[in-house]
Design a protein around this ligand. Structure first.
Ligand SMILES: *[C@@H]1O[C@H](CO)[C@@H](O)[C@H](O)[C@H]1NC(C)=O
Ligand SMILES: *[C@@H]1O[C@H](CO)[C@@H](O)[C@H](O)[C@H]1NC(C)=O
Ligand SMILES: *[C@@H]1O[C@H](CO)[C@@H](O)[C@H](O)[C@H]1NC(C)=O
Ligand SMILES: *[C@@H]1O[C@H](CO)[C@@H](O)[C@H](O)[C@H]1NC(C)=O
Length: 461
């Protein structure tokens, strides 16, 4: 080997090392201080996508909905849940006033998270995501709004009340809720797991928080329906949904991680709320669904969106799912202690993989979505940032309190009648005899319209 070629080789090596150094993540997770510092930067980068508190912008929402911007209304609700958890796990209250303003601005005319501005994409799941964030605010004892403003618990109850109303549970498919709320929306003919899963989740949490078992009764009914209709399969696969025209037999078997996670989180609350044989029953179900969830969505112990990630077909919505899974599985660690040993090592490995690929963008620390590949995939966005923020902040679970209840320190004020001024409640009031002829014609029109969109899937909004 000549001196020249050695020199050339070292130069090449230095170059290679240089580019490796560039691809080195700035986020460290080895100590709690490093985790807090990483989460702080991730929260900052996430909030760069939010402009709602700037002059002339609408508080609460991410830029959108399409085509005006990338994000549907619901993802704003999901962002605030992520930021509430960020505050809770890290103790950084810098964003609390922004979070509060956002959650209060979007309550809508009926104070039940069905704002008129967003009826065109208003699904029960969309409303549910905002409701679950309000519920989280109550459970975390997030500072209560002034008394002349809506309160967190009452907002969660308003969402639940509007969804528990008979008009949301028609007879097609033997019950269950439809995906969309307004009957003119695309997707009104689809009954899916996420819409019903959010209702299940909220009911479970309201039961535990308030001690009122009526909420649990509805959650159990929803669970039974999901099992009977076949969306929760015997092997614990969780399917997406089906159409009312087939009486929900044309099941779309695509599996999305947030469907499994929204059910697991709700189950954890019911496990904590119940005792005796009921508690044992929920534990058996939790063990079954948890094992399958880790198997399907965490190959190599790294979060993976199996229905869209391999084919690069994930939508903006889907780009945010991994964060919910990390956050909601962390609630299992808190409420079902026996699951901690199974969950924590997986979430830790997954979070490390998540930060490893956050080396993109001008900042060289933007996150993509392909955690398992170990490489930044160029797909930046609010969801991708929220995912990693969630994965990192929840690593602090051991030093954070679990969700509170009204009897363990939760101070949010409720209202069992909240949501009774809902515009949709009036529009779709339970059918009386006098309405039946009209309702029949409506059904024919809806069915005719629905046939045109038959085969259309829940993620193609
Ligand atoms: C909006 O919120 C961000 C935090 O995300 C903050 O830095 C900024 O000052 C706020 N802007 C206004 C106009 O309040
Ligand atoms: C509804 O949209 C209008 C027009 O963009 C906006 O001014 C208003 O603040 C929005 N209201 C809500 C609750 O988002
Ligand atoms: C529709 O599905 C429900 C639930 O599986 C079932 O109880 C009902 O009998 C079915 N109706 C028809 C007409 O097949
Ligand atoms: C329990 O919740 C149900 C459903 O909202 C409500 O009708 C009932 O009044 C509540 N019971 C109590 C004691 O608050």
């Amino acid at each position: 080997m000549t001196v020249t070629s050695t020199a050339r080789r070292s130069a090449a090596l230095l170059l290679a090392l240089g580019s490796m150094a560039n691809a080195q993540s700035v986020f460290k997770l080895d100590t709690d201080d490093e985790i807090r510092a990483s989460a702080r930067t991730l929260a900052y980068d996430t909030m760069l996508y939010y402009h709602g508190n700037e002059t002339g912008q609408t508080p609460g929402i991410l830029p959108g909905p399409p085509p005006g911007g990338d994000y549907y209304w619901w993802e704003g609700g999901a962002l605030w849940g992520t930021m509430l958890d960020y505050w809770h796990y890290t103790g950084d209250s810098s964003y609390n006033s922004v979070i509060s303003q956002a959650l209060l601005f979007q309550v809508g005319e009926g104070v039940d998270y069905q704002p008129r501005n967003h009826t065109a994409s208003l699904g029960n799941d969309d409303q549910g995501f905002w409701g679950m964030s309000a519920m989280l605010a109550a459970e975390l004892n997030f500072p209560n709004p002034p008394s002349d403003q809506p309160q967190w618990l009452a907002l969660a109850q308003a969402v639940w009340n509007t969804q528990a109303a008979p008009d949301r549970h028609d007879e097609t498919c033997g019950g269950g809720m439809r995906w969309q709320i307004p009957l003119s929306n695309n997707g009104y003919n689809y009954k899916n797991t996420i819409a019903n899963g959010c209702f299940f989740n909220l009911g479970a949490r309201l039961a535990r928080y308030t001690g009122n078992s009526t909420y649990m009764k509805y959650a159990e009914e929803t669970w039974d329906w999901l099992v009977n209709i076949g969306y929760i399969a015997d092997n614990w696969d969780i399917y997406d949904g089906a159409h009312v025209e087939s009486n929900c037999t044309d099941i779309n078997k695509a599996q999305f991680s947030y469907n499994a996670a929204v059910l697991l989180q709700g189950m954890a609350y019911l496990y904590d709320f119940t005792d005796g044989s009921q508690r044992a029953m929920w534990k058996t179900r939790i063990d079954g669904l948890l094992a399958r969830t880790l198997e399907v969505f965490f190959p190599d112990n790294i979060a993976y969106e199996v229905s869209c990630e391999p084919g690069l077909t994930c939508t903006t919505d889907m780009y945010s799912f991994k964060g919910y899974v990390h956050r909601w599985l962390t609630n299992l660690v808190q409420l079902v202690p026996d699951t901690a040993d199974k969950i924590k090592p997986v979430l830790k490995t997954s979070a490390q993989a998540a930060v490893n690929q956050c080396v993109g963008g001008d900042s060289q620390r933007a996150c993509g979505f392909s955690w398992k590949s170990g490489k930044f995939d160029g797909k930046m966005g609010a969801g991708q940032q929220m995912n990693v923020l969630a994965a990192v902040s929840t690593l602090l679970v051991d030093s954070a309190k679990g969700p509170l209840t009204a009897s363990s320190g939760g101070t949010s004020k409720g209202d069992v009648n909240a949501g009774s001024n809902s515009p949709y409640q009036r529009e779709h009031a339970p059918i009386t005899t006098g309405d039946r002829a009209g309702a029949g014609i409506l059904t024919v029109i809806v069915l005719a319209a629905a046939t045109g969109t038959f085969g259309w899937m829940s993620w193609e909004r």
